[in-house]
Ligand binder design. Structure first.
Ligand SMILES: [Zn+2]
Length: 234
């Protein structure tokens, strides 16, 4: 067999190793993104809750002011009842006091509701903040583990690349350039033996005379159909 073919197959084997490690490194980014997404989701829920509480708190203050104002006016109206002498005025004053009482009850109810909401919201915020702290703690461990994996893979990759360069040095420069171009495009196996007279990758038949010439010379050629490198086994 052409020594170039042996050297090329050895280089290809090292490139398989390099690409496998790179695929493992590529798989790390989505794992980190998934952690980021979970944390962002928890933080968003907490921020939304805090926003809702702030808005409720503003409502509470406003209701509280209205309640105070209304109470004062109502007390005044009630006191007024005692001094009203004439019947028609008295009827109007009683009706006004009744309406005022109704409004007072409504305002008190709304105020109570909003106070309850604010208190409940604050309780949930404390809970969610504790959950977020716990999440950060758990994620710190996961992130450290991923970082460790990344560093280990980085070291392995550097070693695999050195092996690859060592093997590449044994391949004729022109063939190596051709192979590198094809490999970069395919990012997978790029050298195939002919199988039953056809390209081992795309199965396109190679004419007999060309096949015979390839066997005789041991040359490595490009498959015209799919662009991989092909050679004939002896
Ligand atoms: Zn082919």
């Amino acid at each position: 067999m052409n020594p170039d073919v042996d050297a090329l197959m050895a280089l290809q084997a090292e490139d398989d190793v390099v690409e496998e490690i790179m695929a493992q490194l590529d798989a790390i980014a989505p794992r980190l993104e998934a952690l980021d997404q979970v944390r962002a989701g928890a933080l968003k829920a907490l921020t939304q809750l805090k926003g809702a509480i702030e808005s409720d708190e503003r409502k509470r203050v406003e209701l509280s002011m209205r309640l105070t104002e209304h109470k004062e006016r109502h007390d005044k109206n009630v006191a007024q009842l005692d001094v009203v002498k004439r019947m028609r005025e008295a009827t109007a004053a009683v009706a006004q006091v009744e309406m005022g009482r109704k409004l007072l009850l409504e305002l008190e109810g709304s105020h109570r509701d909003v106070v309850n909401r604010v208190n409940e919201g604050r309780r949930v915020v404390v809970e969610k903040e504790a959950q977020l702290a716990k999440l950060d703690e758990d994620q710190a461990a996961a992130r450290a583990a991923i970082q460790g994996e990344k560093e280990t893979l980085g070291g392995t990759l550097a070693g695999a690349r050195r092996n690859r360069e060592a093997k590449a040095a044994s391949v004729t420069a022109s063939l190596r350039a051709k192979y590198d171009r094809i490999r970069q495009r395919r990012r997978s196996q790029s050298v195939f033996a002919l199988e039953a007279g056809a390209c081992g990758s795309c199965d396109t038949a190679i004419p007999v005379h060309r096949r015979q010439a390839m066997t005789a010379s041991g040359s490595v050629e490009v498959c015209e159909a799919c662009g991989v490198l092909i050679f004939a086994r002896e």
